[in-house]
Write a protein that binds this ligand. Structure first.
Ligand SMILES: [Zn+2]
Length: 180
């Protein structure tokens, strides 16, 4: 359930910028520190694999902004995390954990200077997305989620069955005989 935010942001951000509303809308909430809200991620192997010996430093400097739509995303301008507060409070804890891992992948990509919203690609084909999904699904498998549970996680109202099939194919991970 990661991308609605990214999906929406992809379409709306250029418009917001154009209208000079970015600051008004996204700047209206002040930024908070990731580690004050997401505890213990610096000890998670999947996170440590992303940032190595810089894990604590990266997380200690990561800002989080609470927004009113979508689920989670990473700002392409300064790499901060954006989280829908309502989702954080009411969402499934395992899904939130996996979403954070997914978004921290994007933070790593951003630190590497990659464009998180490369418009040359469709969402499900974009290398940064495929990589983040793949990493997250492997973490889900490590946690012991069944293929069915992983499919439930990946399935969302804003992604078509066709796109989901393509994403799974791009990830190149065996999720068994998937039931679409
Ligand atoms: Zn993503």
């Amino acid at each position: 359930m990661v991308n609605p935010f990214e999906y929406v942001a992809l379409r709306l951000l250029p418009l917001f910028r154009q209208l000079h509303l970015t600051k008004l809308i996204f700047g209206s909430t002040s930024a908070y520190m990731f580690m004050d809200y997401f505890k213990g991620f610096e000890k998670v192997d999947a996170v440590k694999c992303l940032f190595g010996d810089k894990t604590e430093e990266v997380l200690a400097n990561l800002k989080v902004e609470f927004v009113w739509f979508g689920y989670m995303g990473v700002d392409n301008k300064d790499g901060h995390l954006m989280v829908n507060e309502r989702y954080l409070n009411s969402g499934d804890k395992t899904e939130i954990y996996l979403d954070v891992v997914h978004e921290l992948c994007h933070v790593r990509q951003w630190l590497d200077g990659r464009d998180l919203f490369d418009p040359r690609y469709e969402y499900v084909d974009r290398p940064t997305e495929v990589e983040a999904y793949r990493y997250t699904v492997l973490e889900a498998k490590r946690l012991g989620l069944s293929n069915e549970q992983i499919m439930d996680y990946l399935r969302a109202e804003w992604i078509s069955t066709q796109d989901l099939k393509r994403l799974i194919k791009n990830m190149n991970i065996d999720l068994g005989p998937t039931n679409f």
